[in-house]
Design a protein around this ligand. Structure first.
Ligand code: EPU
Length: 430
């Protein structure tokens, strides 16, 4: 087992380079299944979720070559199965994209149900409803595997999504790209990674219009040719460093970002008194010597404030004056990490979807546990401002989505390191 050990108190200062977007990469890599020629994907984040989805493609028969740390060559032509049911598939939530991509290529798919982060129910009913509208009979086998089969070719359809869902929007795009006729997705999600997936597919010859709005129209095509494509920067990784620099009252140039994607995050930082200066592909965050004040946050689908930055901002808001009200509108149960912040001296109460965060908490170090990826990022931010030493366990969650987080934070002056804990010690403390 490994832990992160943090001695808090150092403001983050300097420059950080943001990696490629996790949630774009975990869709674009399976999307290569649809391609009729090899592809090169650049700006791929070097994180465990991406390595896992690349391995799953390899297990399906694709030839995946790592050209360098951030570039993958994928030749999907040797894939000759539409079944992805081994344990690795269950290891990540985003493996549901295999359903859309395999249906799109083979008109059928058999995929193990996804696991992933742990914050309450994560249904895929909207995905299945969409596939059914496109002519796929979907069956749940043993509660753990989804089997989808079309009689003949997958058909374009008009689909109204009951919930704004990122995963459903992208999965239906994948299934529709080579379908017979036109698919229209209404009430579609508008996240930057949806636009990125559409750009990737369109560059290969797909016909997708409207990505980034709530109506997406996809006319099926027969052939997708190979391309070289670079994934967009990770909006949430950037938002995490922006929250961390505000919390520690530092000054940071956040490089390799699309400032437009950060608008909702920037607006909240400015509202609490942080200076944010935008450049073409960077933002400069300055919280030095600032007296930051409270704000209210409501998470919403894009372009609203992202749920994936909610835990990091709650951790940051424990350091500002006044009481902030945070409302989580996307997930039912995304406050489990708060009990860990309480162990560090935070004063936060939760009532349903609302967290009431009392600023000016004097956080102190404590042994705490990451319960999901963004929860882990929130604990790191808390550890960076706390007095004394914070020990974070279950860091595998954090490493699913943050590339070289220890190295990046160390370069900014943080006192953080990864420590190996022998199994016997784990058994004693358990
Ligand atoms: N929902 C349904 N039925 C469905 C699908 C979703 O009811 O069939 C509900 C969910 O329960 C949730 C809401 O719709 O309440 C939104 O879920 P969405 O489908 O948008 O989430 P997702 O696609 O499964 C992605 C990201 C999450 C991020 C959400 C929301 C990936 C791999 N995951 O999940 O990212 O929180 O969108 O933006 O793209 C993370 O990166 O830490 C993370 C959890």
């Amino acid at each position: 087992m490994e832990k992160y050990i943090i001695n808090g108190g150092n403001p983050l200062m300097g420059e950080v380079t943001i990696s490629g977007a996790k949630n774009a990469a975990v869709a674009i890599i399976p999307a290569t299944i649809l391609c009729d020629e090899p592809c090169r994907i650049e700006n791929v984040p070097n994180i465990s979720d991406v390595n896992l989805i690349a391995r799953i493609l390899q297990n399906l028969g694709a030839k995946v070559t790592r050209v360098n740390k951030h570039t993958l060559d994928i030749d999907p032509r040797p894939i000759n199965t539409c079944a992805a049911i081994d344990d690795s598939v269950r290891g990540m939530r985003a493996s549901y994209y295999l359903l859309g991509a395999l249906i799109g290529r083979f008109n059928q798919a058999k995929v193990a149900l996804p696991g992933g982060c742990n914050f309450g129910l994560r249904p895929i009913d909207q995905h299945l409803k969409g596939f059914a509208a496109m002519g796929a009979k979907c069956e749940l086998i043993g509660g753990a595997i989804v089997e989808a089969k079309c009689e003949g070719k997958v058909q374009g359809a008009q689909i109204y999504m009951d919930t704004v869902s990122v995963g459903t929007t992208m999965n239906l795009m994948l299934a529709a790209v080579k379908a017979q006729g036109q698919t229209i997705i209404e009430n579609a999600a508008r996240e930057p990674h949806i636009v990125d997936l559409a750009n990737f597919l369109n560059s290969m010859g797909a016909n997708i219009r409207g990505a980034g709005t709530d109506v997406i129209k996809i006319r099926g095509v027969d052939y997708l040719h190979g391309i070289t494509y670079s994934i967009i920067p990770d909006q949430i990784e950037a938002g995490t460093y922006m929250a961390a620099v505000a919390a520690t009252r530092g000054r940071l140039l956040v490089k390799n970002v699309t400032p437009k994607h950060l608008d909702s995050i920037t607006a909240k930082l400015e509202e609490i008194g942080v200076s944010v200066e935008e450049f073409d592909e960077a933002v400069l965050i300055d919280a030095t010597g600032r007296d930051l004040r409270r704000c209210n946050i409501k998470t919403m689908p894009h372009p609203g404030f992202p749920t994936d930055c909610q835990p990091q901002f709650v951790a940051m808001l424990t350091t500002v004056s006044g009481t902030s009200i945070v409302t989580e509108n996307v997930w039912d149960n995304r406050y489990q990490y708060i009990r860990e912040l309480l162990l560090m001296g935070a004063n936060i109460s939760v009532e349903g979807r609302v967290a009431i965060v009392d600023g000016d908490s004097r956080l102190h170090g404590a042994p705490v546990k990451a319960c999901d990826l963004r929860a882990g990022a929130a604990l790191i931010i808390a550890g960076l401002v706390a007095s004394g030493t914070t020990e974070i366990s279950s860091i595998h969650y954090i490493e699913r989505g943050y590339e070289e987080i220890i190295e990046k934070l160390q370069a900014l002056g943080a006192d953080i390191k990864k420590q190996y804990v022998p199994d016997e010690d784990v058994a004693v403390t358990a």
